[in-house]
Design a protein around this ligand. Structure first.
Ligand code: PLP
Length: 463
């Protein structure tokens, strides 16, 4: 048995993978990586078009980040954040306060995005019990349909994707879910330029009815990632901020995917000049290297938690590895590289390059729509050219396209039939060309094959 075969057998037997049907799982084992390139144990080398699940920010084996982790390793690998501190966690909190919108200053660390959202929910809940004019009846949350905020029970409760959460619904707490503010789902009578107002009116109606009971609105600003990179209409986020202020409700923004330049600005909130009451960060925070996430609050919220230990005002929450020094050192090196390399300033040219490929892709008969913000993009397929009709789910067209791109040296991962492109920000223009061309060819081949299969199928299903 080859070494790969042995590893693959153990992988299949012992390693229960995330969001993976193990009966269908075919081992693909990463061996090493460099820049935007991943290499597996079978000698395949491929471009990481999804930033290793939306988190690798500046490429793999980045010398600055590698070096910072090694240096920190010689100091201390872990110390607790319960009543104690460590040097990189302090410095990182200070730097995050500097770059975060508005007066967000107080950083509560976690190890993953779901936990950062849990912290935000608990903070909002507790804040209303002990703020200057307590409102303990404010215990409810408003979230968006198709939202994804993580897999823990609290973060899943504010999530809205049935295929992830449906089975757990008896375990989840009740949340008001508003329709996804997706401009494609506007009634025909509403013009596109009124999309934000249309969806904001739904929020306003709910707030007018329930604001006395609502602790916070939770959303992914600008882009609902796991929903299929659904883009909100311009002005929606700012409108939500205005309404939440007007109705005295907190705003929690989950920038776990959109943070750190992916949309072209440091944070998605920056596009609409919005400062949330609680900002959740994760994924790219450590450059996509080590588990690290955070919920950041302004003084007004933070101060509601101050008092003697006996006062009962402490936020009774924490994770063993929150503020881990190695992860914080990686995050500091990431911020340093982002700023020193002026990475965000390099993005317009890269976004433009990606956009020119998307224009070609949009010409393909089975592409209904392309969307892009910065270096996040999505391609929507249609079974019927000129319309917007999904392929039959069993054809697994998105997965077939990604198999095709893989054979051309590009790894992508679809969200069903939405192709998602979210490469590390360090990707070069040439690498973007490779990605764009591979995707264009792959969509063309796989959608034509799927259309032929569908037309010869005796009982076609276009559901
Ligand atoms: C918007 C958003 N929030 C939260 C999470 C959960 O983060 P984690 O997987 O680190 O728990 C994700 C994960 O993809 C996400 O997309």
């Amino acid at each position: 048995m080859t070494e790969h075969a042995q590893l693959a057998a153990w992988d299949q037997h012992h390693f229960w993978h995330a969001f993976t049907q193990m009966e269908e799982y075919e081992p693909q084992i990463i061996d090493h990586a460099q820049g935007v390139w991943l290499a597996d144990t079978q000698g395949n080398r491929f471009l990481d078009g999804i930033s290793s699940m939306w988190c690798n920010l500046l490429g793999h084996c980045h010398p600055g980040i590698d070096g910072a982790i090694r240096e920190q390793l010689d100091q201390v690998a872990h110390s607790t954040s319960l009543g104690m501190s460590n040097v990189p966690a302090i410095e990182l909190a200070r730097q995050l306060a500097e770059i975060a919108p508005g007066d967000l200053q107080h950083v509560f660390y976690a190890s993953d995005g779901s936990s950062a959202v849990e912290i935000a929910l608990k903070t909002a809940f507790q804040y209303w019990r002990q703020c200057e004019n307590p409102r303990p009846e404010k215990t409810e949350f408003i979230a968006l349909s198709q939202a994804y905020h993580g897999d823990t029970i609290g973060s899943a409760s504010v999530g809205g994707i049935e295929r992830f959460n449906g089975i757990f619904s008896p375990l989840l707490f009740d949340v008001h879910h508003l329709p996804t503010p997706d401009p494609r789902r506007l009634p025909e009578t509403i013009p596109q330029d009124q999309a934000a107002d249309y969806f904001l009116a739904q929020l306003e109606k709910l707030l007018a009815e329930r604001h006395e009971k609502v602790a916070a609105v939770v959303l992914e600003p600008l882009i609902q990632a796991a929903a299929g990179m659904v883009f909100h209409p311009p002005g929606y986020l700012q409108g939500v901020r205005k309404l939440t202020r007007q109705y005295n409700v907190l705003l929690i923004t989950d920038e776990i995917v959109t943070g750190f330049g992916r949309t072209g600005q440091m944070f998605a909130c920056d596009h609409e000049d919005v400062t949330p009451d609680i900002l959740c960060l994760g994924k790219s925070l450590s450059g996509g290297y080590l588990p690290l996430a955070a919920a950041i609050t302004p003084p007004e919220i933070y101060s509601a938690f101050l008092g003697s230990a006996a006062s009962g005002r402490t936020l009774m929450h924490g994770h063993t590895y929150g503020g881990n020094p190695l992860a914080c050192a990686a995050a500091l090196a990431t911020l340093n590289a982002l700023q020193e390399g002026q990475i965000i300033a390099t993005l317009p040219a890269k976004a433009e390059q990606l956009s020119s490929h998307l224009k070609k892709i949009k010409q393909l008969p089975h592409v209904a729509e392309t969307r892009q913000k910065g270096l996040i993009a999505a391609v929507e397929l249609t079974a019927v050219p000129g319309e917007c009709q999904p392929f039959a789910a069993e054809l697994r067209v998105g997965a077939c396209i990604c198999q095709e791109t893989f054979s051309r040296g590009v790894m992508l991962r679809p969200l069903r039939d939405t192709l998602v492109i979210i490469p590390p920000l360090s990707i070069s223009l040439d690498e973007l060309d490779l990605l764009g061309s591979a995707l264009c060819e792959s969509i063309d081949i796989a959608t034509r094959q799927a259309a032929n299969t569908a037309s010869t199928c005796p009982t076609p299903s276009a559901s």
